[in-house]
Write a protein that binds this ligand. Sequence first.
Ligand code: NI
Length: 168
Amino acid sequence: MALREIVLYGQPVLRRKAEAVVTIDDSVRELAKDMIETMFTADGIGLAAPQVGVSLAVCVVNNGLIEDEAEPNAYINPVIYEETGSCTIEEGCLSIPDLQEDVTRAEFVRIKYQDIDGVEQDEICAGMLARVLQHEIDHLNGVLFIDRISGIRRKLLEKRLKQIASQT
Ligand code: NI
């Protein structure tokens, strides 16, 4: 396993739609393991492949921060196909350091994905897991949480966002 560098706001890869994984081979498994290690090291609760500069539909979630002693999980080609309810929670992102904003998202989501062994999974998620998955799946579509806040709030953050972009 190896740590990967987290790319920051301003890098074009964060705005690209990630490509679907066709074959879950050793390189994909290694990517997922590296992402989990990188997420742990950065104290993150989730991480998407574009955040380590790889435009592939892979994300990882630190389930241990959601449910005690749960294993971290990798989601390959995850898609939300049902959502209900709505709730507002403060979010941050490892690619947009030191910036938190309230974001309104669905409360429950139903997702399909492939696990690291290539097995199709279909799960209903609630609470923090539903929240993190929506944030990470947005990343796979080139969407960032700051796209989901009001225009006025976004305007107020512009200076900070420019600062982050200029670091890269
Ligand atoms: Ni993020």
